[in-house]
Design a protein around this ligand. Structure first.
Ligand code: ZN
Length: 294
């Protein structure tokens, strides 16, 4: 059986163009594929064909790992990096912690934080997600890489701009030379939030109606379209986390054309991705990884 196409895999996706990697283990983005000096991938929930079996490596299993995720993640790492790169993972905690890694030995424990940066070849930077945003950032001129895990807490804490600040202060990176790709994550179609999330986002992103979709409850008359600031009191509030991330990336100096913020929705495509929210909080995690070959 041949691999499905990206269209059959994600029939409802209308955003950024991703491709299915050879072997069907991950999605890739053309802007990152255009950099021949790096490897990258956004992992999937399952292998996409029974005729494309997983490699048998289990090199980075660790305690606390969700067993449902481990085989596919190991296979992804092997397919991207073979045995030649060291996997750099984090103990993620929905924080603004940024880790700069210039050296890592096999077996070193993961550092605590939600973003990791390197300029070193041979490190495969990885974050784990299921609805939260995996953000892969590349300085094409200086060949600096970053992988960021950002959910609503991380976005409010500023982990994305703090990653770019660290790239500038530590490696003299110019945001104008950077590109950023947001991988599969929960979209505004599915991410309804309550007041406890909506209010801090309104305060952190004032005057940004495009971050919001207001959906009327069934049977109610529709009011005038989408957007804040005056939603009907009974409207459901849908938050666009990737759009909020785009705001932060552009504010940090990335050109708008270098930001890709319309990924497939994890909740809409639960057969392809893990979705923490859609599956009641009990699910696996997908690896998003990027590494410099030379
Ligand atoms: Zn959705």
């Amino acid at each position: 059986m041949p691999l499905p196409t990206i269209t059959t895999l994600l029939p409802h996706h209308r955003g950024d163009s991703f491709s299915l990697a050879p072997g069907g283990l991950c999605l890739q983005h053309p802007a990152l594929e255009a950099c021949p000096w790096l490897v990258h991938g956004f992992g999937l929930r399952n292998r996409v064909s029974r005729d494309h079996p997983l490699p048998g490596d289990s090199s980075f299993e660790q305690s606390g790992e969700d067993v449902k995720s481990v085989p596919i993640q190991n296979a992804l790492v092997t397919s991207l990096a073979g045995k030649t790169m060291i996997l750099a993972r984090l103990r993620q905690c929905h924080s603004d912690g940024v880790v700069c890694l210039d050296r890592l030995a096999p077996g070193d424990p993961p550092a605590e934080g939600d973003a990791v940066i390197t300029r070193r070849a041979g490190l495969l930077l990885a974050v784990q997600v299921a609805d939260c945003l995996p953000v892969l950032i590349v300085d094409k001129a200086k060949r600096i890489l970053a992988a960021v895990h950002a959910g609503w807490r991380g976005l409010l804490a500023g982990v994305v701009p703090k990653t770019l600040e660290a790239m500038q202060s530590r490696y003299a990176s110019d945001p104008g030379n950077c590109l950023a790709v947001i991988g599969p994550s929960i979209g505004p179609c599915c991410y309804e939030v309550g007041r406890e999330v909506a209010q801090p986002f309104e305060e952190a992103f004032p005057g940004r109606p495009r971050l919001w979709r207001n959906v009327q409850p069934p049977g109610e008359a529709l009011s005038s379209g989408t957007g804040l600031p005056e939603p009907p009191s009974n409207a459901r509030r849908m938050l666009d986390l990737p759009a909020a991330c785009r705001c932060q990336l552009e504010a940090a100096g990335l050109p708008g054309r270098s930001v890709f913020s319309r990924p497939p929705c994890t909740s809409c495509h639960r057969d392809v991705f893990y979705s923490y929210r859609a599956e009641g909080g009990s699910t696996g995690r997908m690896l998003a990884a990027i590494g410099k070959i030379h």
